[in-house]
Design a protein around this ligand. Sequence first.
Ligand code: CAA
Length: 381
Amino acid sequence: MQIELSEEQQMIQALAREFAEKEVKPVAALLDAEARFPHETVKRMGELGLMGIAVPEAYGGSGADTVAYVLALEEIAKACASHAVIMSVNNSLYCDPVLKYGTDEQRKKFLAPFASGQQIGCFALTEPQAGSDATNQHTLAVRDGDGYVLNGRKVFVTNGREAAVALVFAQTDPAKAHRGISAFLIERGTPGFLVPKVEDKLGIRASDTAEFVFEECRVRAANRLGEEGMGFKIAMGTLDGGRIGIAAQALGIAAGAFDLSVAYAKERKSFGVPIAQHQMVQWMLADMATAIEAARLLIWRAAALKDAGRPFGPEASMAKLFASEMAMKATTDAIQVHGGYGYIKEYQVERYFRDAKITQIYEGTSQIQKLIIARHVLGAR
Ligand code: CAA
């Protein structure tokens, strides 16, 4: 077995690393404090080809692969988890399904501007009563002439306020339960598509998390992605890929907090020596380093399976479960290494700790990942 990155993958990793170091890291703390969406740096991510990494060049993307994508995401998340989720949702939850299920016409209109980062997209599945229980969709899309009329509500939509187009899931045939769900590409500004609320959050504060309300919102049938009733499969298949992205985000958060901890341990003295010389601190750093490396390998494996066109859902869930739990532990320990200073905003690790928490929740909680993995190992799926 060979774990060798291609030249292109290394190049994208290096490009993302340099951009993250020079342009994202310096603004991350302020954006977090002000809960401000990073328009300028997101535009730069588009210019650098980071918003549609695995999308073919013909559709505005970089024409690379999922491995390159996770390498880049890790680098971005090391500097700022908010930038990473903005990038992850646009790449995985928006561009990926439009590429996979879109008609050629839909790809031209709804993919190229997004893969090139001129615009960003979002994914609206969750409803107040349909979080983990995603089949329980109440948003209705009723056929009316050459289109559909939508009524309902979506919550916790990452990129929701900024997105030019939302991939929205709605019931077109409630009698068929999840087999009656369909997917729609809905443009901002469509009458009846309202964004009444943007959430104030614990972490990933520079990304926006919005609520959508659809009131008699008319959408053309040409905006339906895939066949009627295919929506839930599109959502689930898309989330399999999205989970690899969130795992890479969690990995980057942990790696960023680890780097800060190593630097601090070498500098901070107690009992007359740098704390890095104390075995108890060394053990914490060793555990963090080992867990980070293990997460990285799980993520690379899931990404490589996706690139090879092989089934990767349970592997994506394993990567997300392990990486997000690991990120929470690593960022908790990073604060511990910093002692009292870790609790102070100036030292930054508290931001990594706050940002890590969401990775155990969105795109399927750790409990949902365990359910998917258990069904797989038990041969139930
Ligand atoms: N790919 C394709 N189809 C899949 C699938 C997959 N990975 N997993 C399930 N399905 C299909 C099943 O085949 C089944 O279809 P059929 O009945 O036609 O065969 C259908 O989906 C329902 O599956 P289940 O019977 O397994 O349904 P369930 O209710 O028992 O379990 C679940 C489903 C796994 C719990 C699912 O609801 C789930 O993943 N929940 C978590 C939802 C989630 O991750 N939400 C995140 C939203 S996005 C977000 O976080 C915000 C953001 O912007 C970042």
